[in-house]
Design a protein around this ligand. Structure first.
Ligand SMILES: [Zn+2]
Length: 220
């Protein structure tokens, strides 16, 4: 079997709050537990967050401000896969609420397995699917995200020309759950590192830095 020995354990982090242990970089307290929302909740938040990445086109900008399309697409793909598995193995009508649908599916599949009504390859396939859903959400969450800011308070530049001749914002904020959020000016090289510094920078610019992104990273 895989590292998950039941469908219920394979879907746990998707639909239930969970905790992992992370390295702090601090010698005295090298590890600390971090509590997470269910990953479906986090994915849904990500769909609404505007930090889908940096794009130069105005139309991309508009789309990005409404929805994080990549997160939305992943949500739809998982919803489809859950519905397919539900129809294939159960008589349940797929629940339109993804969390409820997955909870129900896991319960049904575990019962089928325990009562020998599903083959091992089919059961393992469903478990692996759930592991894939988790891995895909995790990967999307850990993708560094960027947000273009209006101008650099240090050098007052708003735009720079990239090496390939493209006009880009001078000041960019980078968010990644693995590192402190950072804003860097591509014109003068000034840097703001850490959530405190970014919040102050946001106030200086009169802009709202992405509070959703900071919250997701546990910074606020
Ligand atoms: Zn600058």
């Amino acid at each position: 079997m895989t590292i998950h020995d039941s469908m219920a354990s394979a879907v746990h982090d998707l639909i239930t709050p969970w905790t992992d242990i992370v390295q702090t970089g601090d010698v005295k307290i090298p590890y600390k537990p971090v509590d997470h929302d269910p990953m479906f909740v986090t994915l849904r938040m990500l769909i609404r967050s505007s930090t889908g990445g940096t794009a130069s086109g105005a139309s991309d900008d508009a789309a990005r401000n409404v929805l994080n399309l990549e997160a939305f697409k992943l949500w739809e793909q998982i919803t489809n896969e859950v519905a397919l598995l539900t129809r294939k193995h159960t008589r349940d009508r797929p629940n339109p609420m993804l969390g409820a649908a997955v909870h129900r599916l896991a319960g049904s599949l575990d019962t089928l397995w325990n009562t020998h009504q599903i083959t091992e390859p089919e059961y393992l396939h469903a478990i692996r699917s759930a592991e894939t859903w988790r891995a895909r959400i995790w990967k999307l969450l850990h993708k560094p995200r960027e947000k273009e800011l209006a101008y650099c308070p240090a050098c007052e530049q708003t735009k720079v020309i990239s090496p390939d001749g493209e006009l880009q914002a001078a000041l960019i904020a980078y968010y990644s759950p693995d590192a402190a959020p950072t804003a860097r000016c591509r014109h003068c090289g000034s840097e703001w590192v850490g959530e405190g510094a970014l919040i102050i920078l946001g106030k200086m610019l009169g802009a709202e830095l992405d509070e959703t992104a900071l919250t997701e990273m546990g910074a606020l």
